[in-house]
Design a protein around this ligand. Structure first.
Ligand code: ZN
Length: 168
């Protein structure tokens, strides 16, 4: 920008050397200023335009990202439906160690054990409920048949104590 200024000044200097009449000089200087303003106007328009273009590209990209995430959601949905047909299950699991309830989705039927996200104990999954009943009560599908008298159920013991307050 300072280079532009230098060149502009040198042009004005040359004109001043040539035209000694102050009236002529002022007229020419005014013309040059007008031309410069015209160019500045044009440059501003171009800058404005390119800024608009950049914004447009940015907006388009945001739109594209939104569409992509919509497609991804759709894919997710399709994937889940396919997985269900493919013998995978959404499973509500109650941890026998800490009583933490969590849903584990897409467990393949050949998965035999899963880690509790709360206490990180390994929970065995019993898939053959009809065959063996629930021998150890560790699966989520055996509410009612497995007795909840595990030695490790410390939380349920404290809940029983609370109920005694209701008696009058
Ligand atoms: Zn647990």
């Amino acid at each position: 920008m300072s280079q532009l200024q230098d060149r502009f000044n040198s042009i004005v200097k040359k004109i001043e050397e040539r035209f000694t009449d102050p009236e002529d000089l002022n007229f020419i200087k005014k013309q040059i200023a007008d031309i410069a303003m015209l160019y500045m106007d044009e440059v501003n328009k171009i800058m404005d335009f390119s800024e608009k273009r950049v914004n447009q590209v940015y907006e388009n990209q945001k739109l594209l990202e939104q569409k992509m995430s919509q497609i991804e959601k759709g894919m997710d949905h399709i994937e889940k439906e396919l997985y269900i047909e493919d013998e995978d299950y959404d499973f509500e699991i109650v941890c026998p160690y800490c009583n933490h309830e969590f849903v584990s989705d897409n467990i393949a039927s050949d998965v035999k054990e899963i880690e509790c996200p709360e206490c990180h104990n390994i929970i065995e999954l019993d898939w053959n409920e009809e065959e063996s009943g629930c021998s150890d009560g560790h699966c989520s599908t055996c509410h009612g048949c497995g007795e909840e008298t595990e030695d490790t159920n410390e939380e349920s013991e404290s809940q029983e104590e609370d109920n005694e307050d209701d008696d009058m």
